[in-house]
Design a binder for this molecule. Structure first.
Ligand code: GLP
Length: 242
């Protein structure tokens, strides 16, 4: 596990975008695993900039997002599909049918693990981007999630609902369920890049660095993966012993 500490979220975004651009240069039809939340935004802005400068094309790229809320109306502006269109896909030359978000249609929720099958059929994820929940969740895999879990419908913890309430009018509007790739699904990726910025992520980063893999801190599963890069800012790194 390589850890790169940089000054601020912008530097984290630049470095992360560089890794994704290199992956696409090497393999123009790369399969990317993508994440939502505020942490990836600087990365997405850098990718858009690079595309506008003709540095990279997403024409043959396929993407799979980690998760989606369950219970929102189709087209709801809080959905992760909306987030990804607005903050990334609409600004690239990517073909929308090549962008995948776990389906929350009734039939799909009966067999959410079909999403893993879809990823496998596409050839598997080459580079997976991850954010980090304050409680150590990745995707929406809350503490206690089994390390071998596949895509499933999950309940969000009160702390995650509270953390994500800032995107909604009030906390009562935050969905209590989501469909999320499992920890086992995420671990299938060939390479994983986790980004975390801000003081509120420093406790989870400390557990990632200091603990043996354990289900109380889902992010520690990454210690079992052979190709992981952690890119954090000074604040997120503040509880790690130097
Ligand atoms: C949500 C998402 C996660 C994301 C996390 C952190 O819970 N499901 O994928 O990593 O939020 O978000 P932020 O980057 O806004 O702190």
């Amino acid at each position: 596990m390589e850890i790169i500490t940089l000054n601020d979220p912008l530097a984290v975004g630049k470095k992360t975008a560089e890794i994704f651009i290199k992956a696409i240069e090497k393999k123009p039809n790369a399969i990317l695993g993508l994440a939502t939340g505020s942490s990836p935004l600087p990365t997405y802005q850098e990718l858009i900039k690079a595309h506008k400068n003709h540095q990279v094309s997403f024409k043959n790229v396929k993407t799979f997002n980690l998760d989606e809320y369950v219970g929102l109306k189709e087209g709801d502006s809080h959905s992760y599909r909306h987030f990804m269109n607005e903050n990334l896909f609409n600004h690239l030359d990517i073909h929308k049918p090549n962008t995948h978000i776990p389906s929350v249609k009734h039939e799909a929720l009966d067999h959410p693990e079909q999403y893993d099958e879809l990823i496998k059929q596409a050839g598997g994820i080459d580079v997976q981007l991850l954010g980090l929940g304050v409680n150590g969740h990745i995707g929406f895999n809350e503490p206690g999630t089994k390390f071998d879990s596949l895509t499933s419908v999950v309940n969000l913890t009160p702390s995650t609902i509270a953390a994500n309430a800032r995107f909604f009018k009030n906390e009562s509007e935050v969905p209590t369920k989501a469909v999320s790739m499992g920890l086992g699904s995420i671990m299938q990726a060939k390479k994983i890049v986790l980004i975390a910025t801000g003081l509120n992520k420093s406790e989870a980063i400390k557990h990632l660095v200091e603990d043996a893999p354990n289900e109380n801190w889902p992010v520690t599963v990454l210690k079992n993966h052979p190709n992981v890069t952690i890119i954090i800012d000074e604040q997120a790194a503040s509880q790690i012993k130097k």
